[in-house]
Design a protein around this ligand. Structure first.
Ligand SMILES: Cc1ncc(COP(=O)(O)O)c(C=O)c1O
Length: 417
């Protein structure tokens, strides 16, 4: 077998010329001075978002004032944007609503789910789940301790064996935040259903990154983040999904007025809105919702199958180039090498990962760092070029070969890494 010749920068430029998604990059407002590989933490702004937000402020807020709750459709925005998002999630429009943060939505749905499973007390999760997911589960368990609720944390490979008839909720993140490794949502949901448990999925690292089909997986409940892969802007509101079959039995655990059947009756008694809308709590953040809606409208025009195959290829190329060009520098690829079980990020482990990432950022290649030692590189297919992969690895080689990461200023950790 003859070995393929090493890739060159020209090869990657040629891949860009043949890229069916190349034109989609123009739909985003890209900072041309950097190679941005952190859309898994904060997506770039869609083109048009600044104009839309300015119009909301100028026309709807300054001009329309309070009238805009009706006239500009502000009051319907959580359901309207949720219905659009549902199309990306393989759900129906009335199963998704935009609300709160992912953490708050995890609290609401986990608590509500436990209430539908009296006699079962265990929340089963992966021990390496995202910290907020773990903290919220522990918080819920501590609130419901008198009812015997507890959290069972196990390594991911032991999840199927840990499912038994004490489990009320299987509570997982679909794509892992450090490695990008995907769970088999369908198989695990089926296993949860076999023992009579519900499955609650955190889609923060999958919606927008990989095709998601909640109906095909028969998922019960899901939540996810608006500011990462979906490009909704810093602190964009999150979303939640409740399968229609559960909607009427699932109580609102934070029964705020926006989840009331008729908030403007100002009744002293809570009456839940029907369906998923009862999980709204307080007044929606209209300016952030407007930005998110621009992003979701853009996503609905993007071919997700093409996104998936391009991001698999970008990640494969990154791994191949790191193997080929950085072998001497002690990086360990901690993301799966098998693209079919990986989202669109590649993580490298290195003892000096924080300093190396800071040195890279100073050279215009932006990824991020997750303690204790993982550097994350996200390859958002809608706006990342193949040549960006080359340039990122090139910068990594320079940082390592010249020891640039050793500069003392890179040793001090910032508040956000
Ligand atoms: C898997 C996962 N869930 C939840 C969150 C946090 O969500 P929020 O800040 O909306 O509460 C994150 C943030 O990185 C995450 O990666």
């Amino acid at each position: 077998v003859t070995k393929a010749p090493p890739l060159t920068r020209e090869d990657l430029l040629a891949f860009d010329r043949d890229d069916p998604l190349a034109h989609v990059r123009d739909e985003f407002d890209i900072n041309p001075d950097v190679v941005y590989l952190d859309g898994n933490s904060l997506g770039v702004p869609p083109r048009g978002v600044a104009q839309r937000v300015a119009a909301v402020i100028e026309e709807e807020w300054r001009g329309g004032l309070i009238r805009s709750w009706n006239a500009a459709g502000w009051i319907d925005a959580p359901a309207r944007v949720g219905a659009k998002l549902a199309r990306m999630l393989g759900a129906d429009g009335d199963e998704v609503v935009v609300a709160d943060s992912t953490s708050v939505n995890l609290f609401k749905l986990l608590t509500a789910a436990l209430r539908t499973r009296p006699g079962r007390h265990v929340v089963l999760t992966e021990d390496a789940n995202f910290p907020t997911d773990l903290y919220i589960a522990d918080g819920v368990a501590s609130l419901l301790r008198s009812e015997g609720v507890s959290v069972r944390r196990v390594p991911r490979e032991r999840l199927p064996d840990a499912l038994d008839d004490s489990v009320a909720v299987l509570y997982l993140t679909h794509a892992h935040y450090t490695t990008g490794r995907l769970h088999d949502m369908r198989a695990l949901t089926e296993a949860a259903h076999r023992v009579g448990a519900l499955a609650l999925w955190d889609l923060s690292h999958s919606a927008g990154a990989v095709p998601v089909d909640l109906h095909a997986a028969d998922a019960d409940l899901a939540v996810g983040c608006g500011y990462k892969y979906l490009n909704g802007g810093p602190g964009a509101p999150a979303y939640l999904f409740v399968a229609r079959r559960l909607q009427e039995s699932l109580e609102a655990v934070l029964p705020g007025w926006m989840g009331h059947a008729a908030p403007f009756e100002f009744s002293a008694t809570y009456r839940p809105a029907s369906g998923v809308l009862r999980h709204l709590c307080g007044t929606p953040p209209i300016i952030s919702l407007a930005a998110l809606e621009v992003a979701v409208d853009l996503w609905l025009r993007i071919d997700m199958t093409a996104v998936r195959s391009k991001s698999m290829r970008l990640c494969d190329l990154f791994i191949a180039l790191v193997d080929e060009r950085c072998a001497a520098h002690g990086f360990e690829v901690v993301s799966p090498r098998d693209a079919t079980v990986r989202g669109w990020q590649v993580s490298l482990r290195h003892d000096e990962g924080y300093a190396i990432m800071q040195a890279l950022i100073d050279r215009g290649v932006i990824g991020d760092f997750r303690a204790p030692d993982v550097m994350r590189f996200g390859f958002a297919a809608p706006y990342t070029r193949h040549v960006d992969v080359w340039d990122a690895v090139d910068a990594l080689c320079v940082v390592m070969e010249r020891g640039l990461w050793r500069e003392p200023r890179y040793a001090t950790r910032a508040a956000v890494t």
